[in-house]
Every structure is written in C-alpha cells, then in structure tokens.
Write a protein that binds this ligand. Structure first.
Ligand SMILES: [Zn+2]
Length: 101
C-alpha cells in the first residue's frame, strides 16, 4: 500500500478587534507564517502587535493563543516612517459590524 505523507498546516487565525476610531468590529487574519513570527518574537504575553486599519494603526495585545486581550488606538501615523507597515498589512482587515453601544 502506498502511504502519502500530508503536511499538516496551521489554520488561519482570525483576531477580533473592536476599532474605536471608526467604531467597527474587525477580523484580522493571521496566517501560519505570521503566527510563527509572533511566537518567535514575543518577549512576553500578551504580546503587542501593530496592525493598520484604514488610515490608523492599532496596537493589539495578543495572548499565546492569539486572542486579543486589549487594543490601543493610534489615530496619527507619520506616513514617511510607516509606509512599509502599511504595505505589510494591506488588505488584511475585514470589517464585520459596528460595535454595539
Ligand atoms: Zn478602524
């Protein structure tokens, strides 16, 4: 009998963010590579991770299972310094609904 070894892939993780700058609930998707990079670089948990949403930055605090334990909001970006970050996170945020009052 022929046995085929199938590579186990890590499923995409969806991080829930309540963005209070635009009052929207957002899912941010982390692929296998991003999950591995966060685990490798984390010095402590929850680990701060910066993501871009529309025209502002959010600082997520992710635990070791990638649940968001708190978000800080950064409405002002100095684009000259942030252009690479903007490119890295382009098209990764998906708005789902307004945050309930
Ligand atoms: Zn936002």
């Amino acid at each position: 009998m022929l046995r085929v070894k199938v590579r186990q892939t890590v499923p995409m993780v969806r991080v829930l963010i309540n963005c209070k700058i635009c009052n929207t609930r957002v899912f941010y998707e982390l692929n296998e590579e991003e999950q591995a990079m966060i685990k490798e670089k984390a010095i402590y948990w929850p680990c701060p991770v910066i993501v871009k949403h529309i025209d502002h930055l959010l600082v997520l605090h992710l635990d070791d299972t990638f649940r968001n334990r708190g978000t800080e909001y950064c409405p002002a970006i100095l684009e000259r310094d942030a252009s690479e970050i903007c490119e890295l996170t382009k098209g990764k945020c998906h708005e789902t609904s307004l945050i309930p009052d």
